[in-house]
Design a protein around this ligand. Structure first.
Ligand code: Z5A
Ligand code: MG
Length: 231
């Protein structure tokens, strides 16, 4: 019988690329699995984040918002480690790369001097990837990150935008660039895979993802130590 810890699988992507859809399908492929979605709005810090995302009159400095999203991940740090060591496969629906990409996008958006529901400043920390990754350093690093990417034109055909702070087409264009620039910096990291979901239905995306997971052996228990996020 195989032994070892479970593996940490992260699904990242732009809004409505199918992260939550794929995360819940993936969960059923394992006999012991757990889904963790970030932001986790059920915690104390998560409730502040929820207020920030849903109430546009509730403002925070970008630095504070950024640190809250990271603090929310730290609230789940011990749970993640314990579950992995207990043989659970954890599927994360957003995590550290969303943290960097959305803050960086706010900085780029502010540089364009746009009005609207992204209140941001060009404070240099928010445009500095090293500053942005800082608070996440030491968190468990995913064994595999799948970044779902799509043309913004195809995305526009999906269910309408919601009403949350970041749900603006123009902002999402910048978010996409931010994600891709972060992954370009990590291009030698073989735990990151960019998954093009253009013109693919839900089962086709699932097949693509599952093939990557099995090819890399991420569907099996492992004896590798849990990696940590480094800067
Ligand atoms: N944020 C941040 O700023 N900093 C951080 O550190 C973190 C997050 C962690 C809330 O995230 C916001 O928090 C988010 C980033 C910021 N900002 N925004 N905007 P969220 O995860 O709570 O909300 P979301 O990203 O907007 O997720 P979503 O709307 O839930 O999208 P999704 O999970 O990727 O998509 P889905 O629900 O699976 O699918 C959307 C629709 O498309 C649905 O009708 C599906 O049936 C359909 N769908 C799915 N796949 C397909 C395919 N393949 N073809 C056709 N239709 C499909
Ligand atoms: Mg979702």
């Amino acid at each position: 019988m195989s032994s070892g810890r479970g593996q940490l699988i992260l699904i990242e992507g732009l809004d409505r690329t199918g992260k939550s859809t794929q995360a819940s399908i993936l969960l059923d492929k394992f006999s012991k699995s757990k889904l963790l979605k970030f932001p986790d709005r059920s915690t104390k810090i998560g409730s502040i984040i929820n207020e920030y995302l849903t109430n546009k009159s509730f403002t925070l400095p970008d630095q504070s918002a950024h640190l809250l999203f990271s603090a929310n991940r730290w609230e789940l740090n011990n749970e993640i480690i314990d579950l992995l060591n207990d043989g659970y496969f954890i599927v994360l629906d957003r995590y550290i790369y969303s943290g960097i990409a959305y803050s960086l996008a706010k900085f780029e958006y502010a540089k364009l001097n746009k009005e609207g529901n992204i209140t941001s400043t060009v404070d240099k920390q928010i445009g500095d990837v090293n500053w942005l990754i800082g608070p996440d350093v030491g968190l468990p690093k995913p064994d595999l990150t799948l970044f779902l990417t799509i043309d913004l034109q195809e995305l526009a055909n999906r269910k309408g935008w919601g009403d949350e702070r970041y749900e603006l087409q123009e902002f999402q264009t910048i978010v996409k660039k931010s994600f891709l620039s972060i992954f370009e910096l990590q291009k030698d990291d073989d735990t990151i895979e960019i998954v093009d979901v253009n013109n693919k239905d839900i089962p086709e995306v699932t097949e693509l993802i599952w093939n990557l997971i099995t090819k890399k052996g991420i569907h099996q228990l492992t004896n590798k130590p849990i990696e940590k996020v480094l800067n």
